[in-house]
Design a protein around this ligand. Structure first.
Ligand SMILES: *Cc1c(COP(=O)(O)O)cnc(C)c1O
Length: 342
């Protein structure tokens, strides 16, 4: 058994995946009478490519990996769910997550009856590597690390992440949902080096495509082929696949948006820092800012009465009295600052 196979849920090792019509035939033909589709052409009457080859070719070129190192999911949330299902035995295994972090890792784990072991971040929001190593048990199958982290906004230290990947006996998932806002921080080059590393990215943030639901997982071709075996056959619909191809034709737009949002983040950081009831504005590598208020619950309510919704994170560990502000347009950000100042 390979080191990856040793981590996979044993009953999946012999799984024979569902083989769809589009999967079994790969040549070229003019007449498709194999999938019980409606034959009248609407542009949507056919099942989508189950492995999204056209889309993956674009992503492979853009990210410098092979197409067989890419899994595409109905949002990164689907990738998180499938990764947990692939490696964790319900009622037996656990995942490790830093606290605070993105909420879906714990929710997905709980749905599958997998326990969640939370390891507090340090006060500066960095990983507590020593505490993580002390927590590891034989049934600790996956370690999730979010970098830049949601909701704190910081990237984890490279050396910490590398030593965890090197020494963690299970799978390390690094969620880079916000990496387009700090491309210099990506761990993508380590995908080639470590067979237990999976990197998640998404089209939901910088690309402006949260509504089409497309997330990416990058890993060794071995891990990716396992995720593909357990995915729903047609998990990415044709509208989504087409929207991504269109977005790649207009990649300049994404870069412009990122530039604008980074400028706006700098402006908003300055402005927030000048508001008397704002106590701390945390530095952010992402497209949101975490800031500590005098009284987060009431500041949140005041903003709502003025028609502005932000995220109240004050119940989250290490985030006492904190609100999280997504970066909006220049007009929206000005409206936010005006509302907070009035
Ligand atoms: C927003 C976000 C995602 C995005 O998930 P999608 O399902 O791709 O929209 C993933 N991880 C983190 C940390 C996020 O904040």
């Amino acid at each position: 058994m390979t080191s990856v196979e040793k981590l996979i849920q044993p009953h999946l090792l012999t799984l024979k995946p569902y083989s769809s019509a589009r999967h079994e035939f790969t040549g070229t033909a003019n007449i498709f009478l194999d999938a019980n589709e409606n034959p009248y052409q609407t542009g949507r009457n056919r099942y989508p490519d189950p492995f999204q080859n056209e889309v993956k070719k674009k992503i492979a070129k853009w990210r410098g990996v092979a197409t067989d190192q890419i899994f595409l999911g109905n949002g990164s949330d689907e990738a998180i769910d499938l990764i947990i299902r692939l490696f964790c035995r319900p009622g037996k295994d656990e995942i490790l997550i830093p606290d605070p972090t993105y909420g879906m890792y714990a929710v997905s784990a709980q749905i599958h009856n997998i326990s969640v072991n939370k390891i507090p971040l340090q006060k500066d929001f960095e990983l507590d590597v020593e505490a993580i190593f002390k927590t590891i048990q034989p049934n600790s199958k996956i370690l999730f690390i979010c970098s830049p982290n949601n909701p704190t906004g910081n990237c984890m230290l490279l050396d910490d992440m590398v030593s965890l990947i090197e020494q963690f006996p299970g799978i390390v998932v690094i969620d880079e949902a916000y990496i387009d806002f700090c491309p210099e921080e990506t761990m993508m080059k380590y995908v080639k080096q470590f067979s237990n590393l999976i990197i998640l990215q998404t089209f939901s943030k910088a690309w402006g495509l949260a509504g089409i639901r497309l997330g990416m997982a990058f890993g060794s071709s071995e891990i990716i082929s396992w995720i593909n075996k357990i995915k729903p056959p047609y998990n990415i619909n044709i509208l989504t696949q087409q929207a991504i191809l269109d977005a790649f034709d207009n990649q300049k737009q994404m870069k412009k948006w990122v530039e604008n949002m980074l400028q706006q983040k700098a402006w908003l950081t300055d402005e927030l820092a000048q508001i008397p009831f704002v106590k701390t504005v945390y530095p952010s590598k992402a497209n949101f800012i975490l800031a500590e208020m005098d009284d987060a619950k009431n500041r949140y309510k005041e903003l709502v009465t003025k028609g502005i919704v932000v995220r109240d994170r004050s119940n989250v560990l290490l985030c006492d009295e904190c609100l999280r502000f997504s970066i909006g347009t220049a007009t929206e950000n000005k409206a936010l600052i005006n509302a907070m100042n009035s």
